[in-house]
Design a protein around this ligand. Structure first.
Ligand SMILES: [Zn+2]
Ligand SMILES: [Zn+2]
Length: 131
């Protein structure tokens, strides 16, 4: 289940509403692929659709870009690998910078996420759910 999250900075007042988390159909390789643009699709398609695929986890995470000074919803895919940590693939920000992303799922323990403008920790509220 995904969440519609409202984030707000208690200090500078930065605010944004983002669609985060994973939908039920994200378990489907084609649905997961559709979250990404062509260049990334080509990279992950053989990994998640091949016979040797051993599973993956796709979701939208909260990305913070300090260059663009904004919070964005970023598709992230983690592809399982035997005997080592998952291979994580995600797009860069539209400015070209690599985006730090955060899992906002309460079940996984909410992380401290800095405001993209003033770096004060953001307050995150789930306003509704989607699937
Ligand atoms: Zn702020
Ligand atoms: Zn950026």
């Amino acid at each position: 289940m995904g969440q519609i999250a409202r984030i707000k900075c208690p200090k500078c007042g930065y605010e944004s509403t983002l669609k985060l988390g994973a939908g039920m159909r994200f378990f489907d390789p084609d649905t997961a692929l559709s979250l990404f643009d062509k260049s990334i699709q080509e990279k992950i398609s053989p990994l998640i659709k091949g016979k040797t695929s051993i599973g993956f986890d796709a979701s939208f995470e909260l990305g913070i870009c300090e260059v663009c000074k904004k919070a964005v919803s970023v598709p992230v895919i983690r592809i399982n690998r035997p005997g080592s940590s998952p291979h994580t693939i995600k797009p860069t920000c539209e400015c070209g910078k690599e985006l730090p992303t955060y899992d906002t799922n309460v079940e996984n323990g909410r992380q401290n996420i800095p405001c993209p403008i003033c770096k004060t920790l953001l307050k995150i509220e789930t306003t509704s759910l989607w699937d």
